[in-house]
Write a protein that binds this ligand. Structure first.
Ligand code: PEP
Ligand code: MG
Length: 853
C-alpha cells in the first residue's frame, strides 16, 4: 500500500482548479464544467482518488478543515466520483452535519415536519450505508417525529452508543465507509464486469446541501432533454415539492411534470422562469459536455441550484440516436459518433417487435422499460431461467422485482416481467443494458412465487411453464405466443452505418442461402453474398425428397432423372437471389452435403423415403447402409462428391449460368461467383474448372448469349492453405471456411467437441472455444500462409473468410490486418460487422505487410 505523508490535498472545485477525471473522477470534472458554464452549483470540494485510498487504509485526514469550507454549521452531502460513471460506486449520503442543534434550528426555519423528515433521512442513510445496520429496521418509514425518534433509538440500541452528533465524526465515518465499500469484493467484481481496470480508483465529492424545502417554491427534481428509450429530443423528468435529491423519481403520486401537461400542474406552469433557465442550461450543457445529460436540481425559496449532472441512462436505440443527433448538430464528429456506439449494442436494435396488427390477448400492463418483444415459458427464478436456457427453451423471467443476483438469470431469459419498479429500477436498467425486452411495474398482476403462478388483471391464472409474450415496447403482457415483426431499422441506424461504411476499409458480405436470407442481407446493406450453401436450399420437406433421390440414385440414368427435377428449382433459386441482390456479387458454393444430414436415421424415416421414392424398403435400407460413412464430416463431402459424380456440379453450373442469362434478359446484370468446397489438391480444382468451363460454353451456345463468371476455392483443409500457391493458379478468389479449417487443424469434430469443450476452456487448455473465437495462433497462421502463398501466385487474388467467425470483431480485425478483401457473416451480424470494421479503421492503423513468423 502507498503511504502518504502528508496526505494528498483536497481541492475546492472552482473554474480554474486542477481537476482531472483521471485523478478526481468524472463527477468532480463534470461539476467543474457546470461551474464554468456559470450554473448555480453549491460549493463543492473534491477528494482525489489518492486521498480516498489513504482514507480506506485507515489514515485520518483533517476533516475539520473540509467542514470549515462549508461555514459554521455545515450541512453537506458526499457523492462518489469514479473515473468512469459506468463503474458505479457507493451510495450518496445526504445531510451530514445534522444533529439535535441543527434539527432545532431547522424546526424554527422550516417547521417541525420538514426538519423531522430531513433528520430522519440522514439517520436512515447513515445507519444503512455507514453503520451497515439492517435496512429493514430503518427504511420504509413515513417521515414523522415518531419515526425519527424510533430510528435514533434503533441506532442507539444496535450500536450501543447514541447517534453521533459531531459533524467531523459523521464526515469521517461517511468517507471511510464509502472508501472501503469501493474496495469490497462485490463492488470490485461489478465494476470489472463493466470494463473497469483492477486498480480503478474512487474520488469523492463533498457538496453543500441545497435544501429543497422552504416557504416559497421549493423542491427537487431531474430534467433531461431526450427520451431515454428512443433518444428523441423531448423534455422529460419529474419534480417534487419540498423534497431533496432524487426523491421525485421514487414511486410517488405527488411528483409533478416538468412541461405543461393536461394531467396536472407542471414546473413550467408554476415557475416558468426557472423552467426556462433549466432548458437553457440543458442546451449549454449538451454543447459543453458534448453529451445528453440529466441535470439534478433543487429549488429553495425560488432559488435554483444545480446539484449534479449525469449522462442520461439510455437504451441502445437511444444511444445510437443521441450519437447521430450530436454529430448532426456539429457537437461531436461523425467518427466520434461511430466510436460512441458499441458494435455489439446494435443487436438490440435488430430485435423483433410484437406485430401491432396481430391478435393481442393482453392480461396485464406495466411500464415499457426495454423495447422489443419476446415469447417464452414463465419461470420464477434466475435458476429456472438458467435451466431453461440450458435446454434451449426461451423463457420469461417473472419476479416481484429483480436484484443484482438476478443478473445471470436475466442473461439467460428472453424477456423480463416485474410487478414492481419504475423506468429506472434494476430490472429496467439492466434489461435496457442487455437489450432484453422488459416490462416493470405491472402492478395489476399478482405474482405468487411460492405457488409458482401469476394472476392477471382479469383474474386469469398462468403457471410456471405457460407461454406468454412481453411487449417491452408497449408494456403489455400477452397470453401465448404473439406474431412478431422483424426489427425496424430507422433513419438514424442507417445514417450511422452509412458513416461506418465511409470509413471502414474491409468489405462485409452475408452468408445467405435462401431468398429470405438474401432479403435480410440486403436490408442490412451487405455488399453481396459471400457464401450461399446450396445444399441448404433443400432442407424443406418437398425438396428434401428430390435431394435424397439424387443421393440415392445408383445408376447414371436415375441420377440424371433426379437432377433434371432439381435443375429448374436451382435455376429459380438463383434467379431470385440475383434479383434480390440487384447486381451485387453472389458467391454460390457448389453442393457440400454431409451425406448423413440427408439420410434418414430411423426405420420410419426409411419407410417414408421408400414411399417417396417408390422403392422397396429393403432396397432403400441397403442403399442407406452402403452410403453410411464412419466419418461423414471427413467423407464424401464437398468437391469429392463433385469429382466422383461430376454430373451433380454440372447441373448446378448450368442452373447458375441459365439464371445469369435470365437476369440479363430482364435487364439486370450479374457476374456469378462459383465456389468449390472442401478442396485439398490443385487437381480437384482443375477437374471441376474444366467441366464448369465446358458447361458455360454449352449454355452460351444453346442460348446464344455470353456471360462472365468467376471460379474460386473454399480453403477449408490445412492442405489447401499450405498449397494455396498451386490452387490459386486456377482460382480467382479464395474464401477461408474457418469452421472446417478449425475442425481439421485441431482434429476436433465440429459435431462432438461440445462434450468436452467446457472442460477444456475451464481448465485453460483453450482460451476460448475455437469454433466461436478464431484461433489466431494456429488456424490464423494457416490463414496467413494461405493468403500469402495465394497472392504470390496471383497478385489480385480476392481473399475472404466465411466461417461463423466472420462476424466477430476480433476476426474482422485479424482479416483486415492480413489484407483480406471482405468478411462474410450471417445476415443479422452484418450491421455489427459494419460498425466493428469502422471502429477498427479508426482505432487500429493498418500494418501493411503482415509477415508470417
Ligand atoms: C466452413 O467450413 O467454414 C464453412 C463456411 O462451411 P460449412 O459451415 O458449410 O461447412
Ligand atoms: Mg465447410
Amino acid at each position: 500500500m502507498q503511504k502518504f505523508d502528508p496526505l494528498p490535498d483536497f481541492a475546492e472545485i472552482t473554474p480554474s482548479a486542477a481537476i482531472a477525471a483521471q485523478t478526481h473522477g468524472w463527477r468532480a470534472k463534470c461539476l467543474q464544467r457546470l461551474i464554468r458554464l456559470d450554473m448555480p452549483v453549491p460549493r463543492s470540494v473534491s477528494l482525489p482518488a489518492s486521498l480516498v485510498r489513504c482514507i480506506a487504509a485507515g489514515q485520518a485526514m483533517d476533516y475539520a478543515s473540509v467542514l470549515h469550507l462549508f461555514g459554521e454549521r455545515p450541512l453537506i452531502s458526499v457523492r462518489p466520483s469514479p473515473a468512469n460513471p459506468d463503474w458505479g460506486g457507493p451510495s450518496t449520503v445526504l445531510n451530514i452535519g445534522m444533529n439535535g442543534a441543527r434539527h432545532a434550528e431547522l424546526v424554527e426555519r422550516h417547521g417541525q415536519a420538514a426538519a423531522d423528515a430531513l433528520y430522519l433521512r440522514f439517520v436512515q442513510g447513515y445507519a444503512v450505508h455507514v453503520a451497515r445496520l439492517d435496512p429493514d429496521m430503518f427504511e420504509g418509514r413515513e417521515p414523522s417525529g415518531e419515526a425519527l425518534r424510533a430510528a435514533l433509538r434503533a441506532y442507539a440500541d444496535e450500536m450501543e452508543e447514541p447517534f453521533p452528533e459531531d459533524p467531523a465524526r459523521q464526515l469521517s465515518e461517511v468517507l471511510r465507509s464509502m472508501a472501503r465499500a469501493w474496495e469490497g469484493t462485490s463492488a470490485r467484481l461489478l465494476r470489472q464486469a463493466k470494463g473497469a481496470p483492477e486498480d480503478a480508483a474512487l474520488g469523492l465529492v463533498v457538496q453543500a446541501m441545497a435544501q429543497g424545502i422552504g416557504q416559497g417554491i421549493s423542491g427537487s427534481g431531474v430534467i433531461q432533454f431526450v427520451d431515454p428509450v428512443t433518444g428523441e429530443p423531448q423534455i422529460t423528468g419529474r419534480w417534487l415539492r419540498q423534497a431533496q435529491d432524487r426523491a421525485a423519481l421514487r414511486d410517488t403520486d405527488e411528483a409533478l411534470y416538468l412541461t405543461r401537461d393536461a394531467r396536472g400542474p407542471s414546473l413550467q406552469d408554476i415557475a416558468p422562469g426557472i423552467f426556462e433557465t433549466l432548458s437553457r442550461q440543458g442546451t449549454a450543457c449538451r454543447a459543453k459536455l458534448r453529451e445528453e445529460m440529466q441535470i439534478e436540481f433543487t429549488i429553495e425559496d425560488g432559488r435554483l441550484a444545480v446539484i449534479d449532472a449525469v449522462r442520461v441512462q439510455r437504451s441502445s436505440r437511444a444511444g445510437l440516436r443521441i450519437a447521430v443527433d450530436l454529430a448532426d448538430a456539429g457537437i461531436i464528429t461523425r467518427n466520434e459518433a461511430l466510436l460512441r456506439v458499441e458494435p455489439r449494442a446494435l443487436s438490440e436494435l435488430l430485435h423483433p417487435q410484437v406485430d401491432p396488427r396481430g391478435p393481442r390477448d393482453v392480461f396485464a400492463r406495466g411500464i415499457a422499460a426495454s423495447p422489443g418483444g419476446a415469447t417464452g415459458r414463465i419461470v420464477f427464478s434466475s435458476a429456472g431461467a438458467q435451466a431453461s436456457a440450458a435446454r434451449g427453451e426461451p423463457c420469461i423471467l417473472v419476479k416481484r422485482e429483480t436484484a443484482p443476483e438476478d443478473i445471470r438469470g436475466m442473461h439467460s431469459a428472453a424477456g423480463v416481467l416485474t410487478e414492481r419498479g419504475g423506468i429506472t429500477s434494476h430490472a429496467a436498467v439492466i434489461g435496457r443494458g442487455l437489450g432484453l425486452p422488459c416490462i416493470v411495474g405491472a402492478s395489476d398482476l399478482r405474482i405468487d412465487p411460492r405457488e409458482r403462478r401469476i394472476t392477471g388483471a382479469d383474474g386469469r391464472v398462468f403457471r410456471e411453464g405457460d407461454i406468454v409474450t412481453v411487449d417491452g415496447t408497449t408494456g403489455e403482457v400477452l397470453a401465448g405466443a404473439a406474431d412478431m415483426l422483424p426489427p425496424a431499422l430507422d433513419g438514424h441506424f442507417r445514417k450511422l452505418l452509412s458513416w461506418a461504411d465511409a470509413v471502414r476499409d474491409i468489405g462485409i458480405r452475408a452468408n445467405a442461402d435462401t431468398p429470405a436470407d438474401a432479403q435480410t442481407a440486403r436490408d442490412f446493406e451487405a455488399q453481396g453474398i459471400g457464401l450461399c450453401r446450396t445444399e441448404h436450399m433443400f432442407f424443406e420437406d418437398a425438396r428434401l425428397v428430390a435431394m435424397r433421390e439424387m443421393i440415392f440414385a445408383d445408376s447414371p440414368k436415375d441420377r440424371a432423372a433426379a437432377l433434371a427435377r432439381i435443375l429448374p428449382m436451382q435455376r429459380n433459386d438463383f434467379v431470385q437471389l440475383f434479383e434480390i441482390m440487384e447486381g451485387l456479387p453472389v458467391c454460390i458454393r457448389l453442393f457440400d452435403p454431409p451425406l448423413h444430414e440427408f439420410l434418414p436415421h430411423s426405420r420410419d424415416g426409411m419407410r417414408e423415403l421408400a414411399e417417396a421414392l417408390d422403392r422397396p424398403l429393403s432396397e432403400v435400407t441397403r442403399r442407406a447402409e452402403a452410403l453410411t460413412e464412419f466419418n461423414p464430416m471427413l467423407g464424401m463431402r464437398g468437391v469429392r462428391l463433385g469429382i466422383v459424380l461430376p454430373e451433380i456440379y454440372d447441373m448446378q453450373a448450368q442452373a447458375i449460368f441459365e439464371a445469369t442469362i435470365e437476369i440479363a434478359a430482364r435487364g439486370g446484370s450479374v457476374v456469378p461467383e462459383i465456389m468449390i468446397p472442401l478442396v485439398s489438391a490443385k487437381r480437384e480444382v482443375e477437374l471441376v474448372k474444366t467441366r464448369v468451363d465446358a458447361v458455360a460454353a454449352k449454355v452460351r451456345t444453346a442460348k446464344s448469349r455470353d456471360f462472365d463468371y468467376k471460379l474460386g476455392v473454399m480453403v477449408e483443409t490445412p492442405r489447401a492453405a499450405l498449397r494455396a500457391g498451386d490452387i490459386a493458379q486456377h482460382a480467382a478468389f479464395l474464401s477461408f471456411g474457418t469452421n472446417d479449417l478449425t475442425q481439421m487443424t485441431y482434429g476436433l469434430s465440429r459435431d462432438d467437441a461440445g462434450r468436452f469443450m467446457n472442460t477444456y476452456v475451464q481448465q485453460g487448455v483453450f482460451p476460448e472455444d475455437p469454433f466461436h473465437i478464431l484461433d489466431v495462433d494456429g488456424v490464423g497462421e494457416l490463414l496467413l500462409i494461405g493468403a500469402e502463398r495465394g497472392r504470390r501466385t496471383r497478385e489480385k487474388l480476392v481473399l475472404s473468410i466465411c466461417g461463423e467467425h466472420g462476424g466477430n470483431p476480433e476476426s474482422i480485425s485479424f482479416c483486415r490486418k492480413a489484407g483480406f478483401d471482405y468478411v462474410s457473416c450471417s445476415p443479422y451480424r452484418v450491421p455489427l460487422a459494419r460498425l466493428a470494421a469502422a471502429h477498427l479503421a479508426l482505432l487500429e492503423p493498418l500494418i501493411e505487410d503482415v509477415e508470417i513468423q
